[in-house]
Ligand binder design. Structure first.
Ligand SMILES: Cc1ncc(COP(=O)(O)O)c(C=O)c1O
Length: 472
């Protein structure tokens, strides 16, 4: 079995590479890996080990496997277990002189940052392995043989039906299975829409957004024009001769506010009057904490809006499944560029997601993760209020990231200092459109992805974050 990075400690917050390999099954492999880590000094005396559940989730092993490994090492004297303070490395378990060089110990893999608070990733330790596996198994068992032949480029009808029902119920999207085209995610949708010439330049994009999407559009020959933002969201009142506009209406990326109701109506009016097209990026629409969900803009006019969603935030960016809900007149054009057979999204994964949706597993998973992210958001806000009250937190009513406003001129130094302390963060300035006019203020800030660390690593990441800010 391959190795895994495990964030080990409340005390040092360090990562530990555990390589579960060698003879004797997973319990023996984990026991050996932990023993080597203690003996070699990679786990310092006094270090608190992760709770069974989190370590089990990170490593993909059963909870009992972790419990048994800990118990064995307690019996051997490497670890201590005390009610209320968890399992720790024993104080006398000093590193040997051959630290890190014990025979049979695998060399450590290249390590990532100690604390990863970059935006863009959900808590991957929360992936619903059991429920997904059950859906995958059912999908495989029930699939007729034709499933294993070339796939329909529109996507499996089972998935399009399940999505039409889910998106109507959860996001207020007006669709039918015939208007849905499955793709491998939002980036793929942008490529397909550009290639089909459904999206054409000049295309207005929010003055703050993902550089990756702007680059992708420009490589596809679609010129983007920055649209200023204010406290009501994108300034759609400034749209003129653009052919389309790309928006994140539920939760502006990355600044975090919803598009104001008046602006939602105004952009639809603009599209109707000018024959323009709106692309709605609903990347994290399920994760809303403080208010009623903000429904899809698409519901206002399905003939003027392309609604795009994916499982990248809700489940995992590794699954590579997304969907477009298209105006009727564009379905054929998009399918024409997609090709004669499905070349992107695994048909088996599509069927698995269809089952996952239809059985309510997706709803249950989103609810569970929403609760987890809400708690993390609250802990972030509370930690800042206590330890860095001069830092303003914004954009926290929804999503998986927050924007922290910094004093002018301090962003680059703060990101660099954080890096030296092992905290990886995104500065806000990197999201600003390179051609944004001077009327778009260039804020100093940090985009903090509070969903990224696994559950047991979050406290240490938050602690490290709070040490990186400039003084008031
Ligand atoms: C603004 C934005 N849009 C869309 C996505 C989803 O992209 P994809 O579906 O290509 O993984 C992300 C990242 O998850 C994002 O940050």
């Amino acid at each position: 079995m391959s190795g895994s990075w495990v964030n080990s400690a409340e005390r040092i917050g360090a990562d530990l590479h555990l390589e579960l390999s060698g003879p004797g099954g997973r319990r023996a492999a984990l026991t050996r890996a932990l023993r080597d880590a203690v003996r070699g000094g990679r786990l310092a005396p006094g270090t608190r080990l992760p709770p069974y559940r989190s370590l089990a989730a990170d490593l993909g092993v059963a909870r009992n496997t972790v419990a048994d490994a800990y118990a064995e090492l307690v019996a051997e004297g490497w670890l201590t277990a005390r009610q209320g303070s968890g399992t720790r490395v024993a104080e006398r378990a000093a590193p040997s002189r051959h630290a890190g060089k014990a025979p049979g110990t695998a060399p450590p893999r290249a390590r990532g940052p100690r604390h990863d608070l970059r935006q863009g990733t959900p808590d991957v330790s929360g992936f619903p392995r059991t429920a997904w596996l059950a859906s995958y198994r059912r999908a495989l068992q029930q699939a007729p043989n034709e499933v294993f032949g070339p796939g329909d480029p529109a996507g499996r009808v089972e998935l399009r039906e399940a999505l039409a029902e889910y998106l109507a119920r959860a996001r207020g999207v007006r669709s039918t299975p015939e208007r849905i085209v499955i793709c491998s995610g939002f980036a793929h949708a942008l490529r397909l829409l550009s290639e089909a010439r459904v999206l054409r330049g000049p295309l207005a994009v929010e003055a703050y957004g993902l550089p990756h999407h702007r680059d992708l559009l420009s490589r596809a020959g679609v010129r983007t024009v920055p649209l200023p933002l204010d406290e009501r969201g994108a300034r759609v009142d400034l749209l003129e001769r653009e052919r389309g506009v790309l928006l994140t209406p539920a939760h502006q990326f990355p600044t975090g506010g919803p598009l104001h109701a008046g602006r939602r109506a105004a952009v639809v009016d603009w599209a109707r009057a000018r024959g323009g097209l709106i692309v709605e990026d609903d990347y994290d629409g399920e994760f809303r904490y403080d208010r009623k969900p903000v429904g899809a803009l698409q519901g206002l006019d399905p003939e003027r809006v392309v609604f795009v969603g994916s499982v990248s935030k809700s489940l995992s960016p590794a699954v590579r499944l997304g969907w477009m809900v298209l105006p009727e007149r564009h379905v054929g054009e998009v399918l024409a560029v997609k090709g004669e057979r499905e070349a992107w999204a695994s048909v088996l994964d599509q069927l698995s997601l269809a089952d996952f949706l239809a059985r309510g597993s997706y709803d249950r998973h989103v609810r569970r993760m929403r609760q987890r992210y809400r708690e993390r958001r609250d802990r972030l806000v509370a930690a800042l209020a206590e330890r860095a009250p001069h830092i303003e937190v914004t954009g926290v009513a929804a999503g998986l990231h927050a924007v922290l406003r910094l004093p002018p001129g301090t962003e680059a130094a703060t990101v660099a200092r954080a890096g030296r302390l092992g905290v990886a963060l995104d500065g806000l300035s990197g999201f600003r459109h390179p051609r944004a006019p001077e009327t778009v203020p260039a804020y100093d800030g940090l985009v903090v992805g509070y969903a990224t660390p696994s559950e047991h690593a979050y406290a240490a990441a938050l602690d490290a974050l709070c040490t990186t800010f400039p003084n008031p």
